[in-house]
Write a protein that binds this ligand. Structure first.
Ligand code: SAM
Length: 267
């Protein structure tokens, strides 16, 4: 039976919040040795509270911190094909606990200006208090962002549209367009074909015909609200918002784990 069918059944019984808590404690226990070892070996690395790491990524300190660095390098390498990042304003939209953004000054250099925003006040507060030389701001789940028109050379959103409704897709594409400079670059990740197996047969048909599919077990923005974006949907929304697609890298399934699709657009 598909996970989604079981999840819907548990949601009807109002059991999802409990299962979410149990899953958090299960992972905390399972990863306790490697996480404690990480803290012993890296006493000076600032780590967010466990639940924040769990909600935004995976409760594994090494994957959160050490592997955040190659992810940040991969991001900059992909974008460098299209834009030289010098004296540039860079925004991490939906920065969570700064998993990627905290590494960018080391990689992309200190001539750039780094900004991060998120709709979750707990994450923004933690980032403001712990990550220096980066400007963190709170936004709402709906636009606008607290930035002026055409402020940014480069905006990225890693796994953000994956938690938003159809209505917010349109609103956020307009908003991200507004804050980008002409020729600015937008980098997004989505749940593409590699995630299709999570859908019911009926949903797979709708996905294949280009519909956005939503699994909403919590309010949008939360990890329990999932959106699946067929590539044709992304093409349509980009052209509606006058964004040119520079690159699409379909996600693969690696070690049984589906990767997200990567989209790079230019204004
Ligand atoms: C899966 S986490 C990814 C966090 C971060 N991008 C990373 O890769 O570690 C999704 C993040 O998107 C944030 N988020 C969801 N909707 C948002 C919105 N409308 N505006 C800003 N942030 C949002 C959540 O609070 C959460 O931090």
């Amino acid at each position: 039976m598909k996970k989604i069918v079981i999840k819907r059944f548990l949601a009807k019984l109002n059991l999802l919040p409990l299962i979410e808590q149990l899953n958090f404690y299960r992972l905390k226990f399972k990863n306790r040795h490697i996480n404690n070892q990480f803290v012993r070996e890296n006493p000076n690395i600032k780590l967010p509270p466990d639940f924040y790491i769990y909600e935004t990524f995976q409760l594994n300190y090494k994957k959160y911190y050490t592997n955040g660095l190659p992810t940040a390098m991969w991001l900059i390498e992909l974008v460098s094909e299209f834009k030289l990042l010098e004296n540039s304003a860079i925004l991490d939209w939906g920065c969570g606990t700064g998993r990627i953004l905290r590494h960018l000054p080391k990689i992309a250099g200190n001539t750039n200006y780094y900004f991060g925003c998120d709709y979750n006040p707990k994450y923004v507060k933690w980032c403001q208090e712990n990550l220096k030389n980066i400007d963190f701001q709170l936004n709402q789940v709906t636009p606008p962002l607290p930035y002026e028109d055409q402020k940014f050379d480069f905006v990225y959103g890693i796994s953000i549209f994956t938690h938003l409704s159809l209505e917010q897709h349109q609103k956020w594409f307009e908003e991200l367009y507004r804050i980008l400079k002409p020729n600015g670059i937008l980098f997004l990740t989505t749940h593409g074909d590699a995630h299709k197996f999570k859908l019911t047969e009926k949903e797979q048909l709708a996905y294949t015909s280009g519909d956005l599919i939503i699994h909403d077990f919590k309010k949008e923005g939360n990890r329990l609200f999932a959106a699946y974006q067929p590539p044709s949907f992304m093409h349509q929304i980009a052209s509606k918002n006058k964004l040119k697609i520079l690159k699409h890298i379909p996600g693969e399934i690696k070690n049984d784990t589906p990767q997200q699709d990567v989209w790079i657009f230019m204004k």
